[in-house]
Design a protein around this ligand. Structure first.
Ligand code: SF4
Ligand code: SF4
Length: 185
């Protein structure tokens, strides 16, 4: 394979980079995402239909935006490991998958899985545009055709969670995460 043909096979992958330390929990990203995906477009907004959800614990000032990845049939494929202070956590709360065991990232009426499409057709993802504090940015990288469909590594979120742990202490963050991970009534 020549160098040129190798270059032409590279695909550009856009992902959302999340800085949890900047997020203030305003939920503007949820509102604009659900409005953009309403039918007809912008006819309504309902965060339950958003492809990005903000896990919030206002008492502790902890806000973690998580955007929807692919649907998974398995209740836990063990794919999302988050590292805080050198320890790994398998936290359902931060999982990007739409899966059978929780309500997040499912169309409320039909139950169909929701997935972030990077606001297809828009020049810039709308959640990024509407986030006034730059907690969301677009990251662009090149990938070979083999890994073009792969889910991005959650390392940016790891970095953000480490920052939270530095700010509030490991125990406070762990307690907040455990509470936020409880199934909703
Ligand atoms: S718009 Fe930005 S600051 Fe507001 S909740 Fe979403 S990510 Fe956080
Ligand atoms: S990029 Fe678009 S589809 Fe994805 S979470 Fe943001 S607003 Fe929703």
């Amino acid at each position: 394979m020549t160098e040129n043909s190798e270059k032409s096979e590279k695909k550009v992958i856009k992902t959302l980079k999340i800085d949890v330390d900047k997020c203030n929990g305003c939920r503007a990203c949820e509102i604009i995402c659900s409005a953009f995906h309403a039918t007809p477009r912008y006819s309504s907004n309902n965060p339950a239909r958003s492809r990005i959800r903000v896990i919030r614990d206002p008492l502790r000032d902890v806000y973690v935006p998580v955007y929807a990845g692919a649907y998974t049939m398995a209740e836990c494929a063990g794919r999302d490991q988050y590292t805080i202070d050198g320890k790994s956590y398998d936290e359902c709360s931060f999982c990007r998958a739409s899966c059978p065991s929780r309500e997040e990232f499912k169309e409320p009426d039909s139950g169909l899985p929701l997935k972030c499409d990077m606001c297809e057709g828009e020049e810039e993802p709308l959640c990024v545009k509407w986030c006034m504090v730059d907690a969301l940015t677009v990251e662009i990288r090149e990938a070979s055709p083999e890994d073009a469909e792969a889910e991005p590594e959650p390392e940016d979120l790891d970095i953000g969670l480490e920052a939270l742990a530095d700010k509030y202490g490991m125990e406070a963050v762990r307690t907040a995460l455990a509470r936020m991970g409880q199934p909703k009534e």
